[in-house]
Ligand binder design. Structure first.
Ligand SMILES: [Zn+2]
Length: 318
């Protein structure tokens, strides 16, 4: 629901099987070997997600907060941007002004911005914004991506028909490739329609047997792997959990008892991308190495990133 940006790091790109994204603006993400941002972030990360600390107050659907977080992420990439503003209701009171400031932010940082998003519809979160408000701002954000010729990073929950309808309105204007629908959990029909429009589908926790059935029919050249950390972990109750091997189940401890080499309990971490890979590979009936290579190439193609590093050998038993 928030408009912000997906940023690219400076330097070497690592394959999706290692780490595909980090929430570097999340102040709570600094603990642990598996979670600590690298000393020189641009050197080892591919994409930077705008910050999303896992706390009750921070599922901030506030566009102003998203804009602020985008600037914080840019600051990390640029090492010199210092713009920060206090919260405002800028988007609600002055939507044109808000979109214009976002456009200017993108245009001033073209070399770092890879996509417009995360944006979309979430009808399970109407307490943050009613449907008509979501729909109005979703349209304006898709329009902005079309004008900027940047791919969209999209979110869709419990709203597939309306979501597809909005994208269809812009079908002739969408950039190529048009973007990715992350945390995809739609039906085979939803997938077919989005694929026909050129979209990629981002996969993470894959909760249900239905989710797995849909994934089993998806083309390898349109899949992205993601963790959506700090949420959407592959839980033991999830349909694909049996495909997660012991070597990719990382030890976790409560934050106050944390020690090096552990994850923080209850928090999904970028390292868990390996678990997603194992679930998706097993569901597709393909070797994990092949799926990792494809997802990495897809990520580079979608976001216009050079494939600067060959995917490394995938650890694990799969
Ligand atoms: Zn999302």
């Amino acid at each position: 629901l928030c408009t912000s940006m997906v940023l690219r790091g400076r330097g070497r790109i690592v394959p999706a099987s290692s780490t595909s994204a980090r929430n570097l603006t999340d102040p709570g993400r600094g603990r642990g070997r598996l979670s600590r941002p690298p000393a020189s972030p641009g050197r080892t990360s591919t994409l930077y997600c705008v910050g999303r600390p896992k706390s009750a107050s921070s599922e901030s659907s506030s566009p102003a907060a998203a804009c602020r977080e985008s600037k914080a992420a840019l600051h990390l990439c640029r090492d010199q941007l210092t713009a920060r503003r206090g919260p405002s209701s800028e988007m609600e009171s002055d939507p044109a002004g808000y979109l214009n400031s976002l456009r200017q932010l993108v245009e001033a940082n073209r070399d770092l911005v890879s996509a417009v998003g995360e944006t979309g519809l979430d009808y399970d979160r109407e307490h943050f914004a009613p449907r008509e408000v979501q729909m109005r701002h979703f349209r304006s954000q898709v329009s902005l991506a079309c004008q900027l010729r940047l791919p969209l990073f999209l979110h869709c929950r419990a709203s597939h028909a309306e979501f597809r309808a909005v994208l269809s309105e812009f079908a002739s204007q969408l950039p190529s490739p048009p973007g990715v629908v992350h945390t995809f959990d739609g039906s085979a029909e939803d997938a077919a329609e989005l694929l026909a429009m050129g979209f990629y589908l981002g996969l993470n926790g894959l909760k249900t047997a239905d989710n797995l059935r849909v994934v089993s029919g998806l083309p390898l050249d349109r899949l992205l792997l993601e963790t959506d950390a700090p949420w959407c972990e592959v839980k033991p109750s999830h349909a694909g959990h049996s495909h997660v091997t012991p070597s990719s189940r990382f030890e976790s401890r409560k934050a106050e008892r944390w020690s090096p080499g552990c994850m923080v309990k209850g928090r999904n971490e970028p390292a868990c991308i390996l678990q997603v890979l194992q679930v998706v590979a097993a569901t597709l009936g393909q070797p994990a190495e092949k799926v990792a290579s494809a997802a990495f190439a897809n990520t580079c193609r979608l976001f216009g990133l050079a494939e600067a590093a060959a995917p490394s050998t995938v650890e694990g038993d799969n």
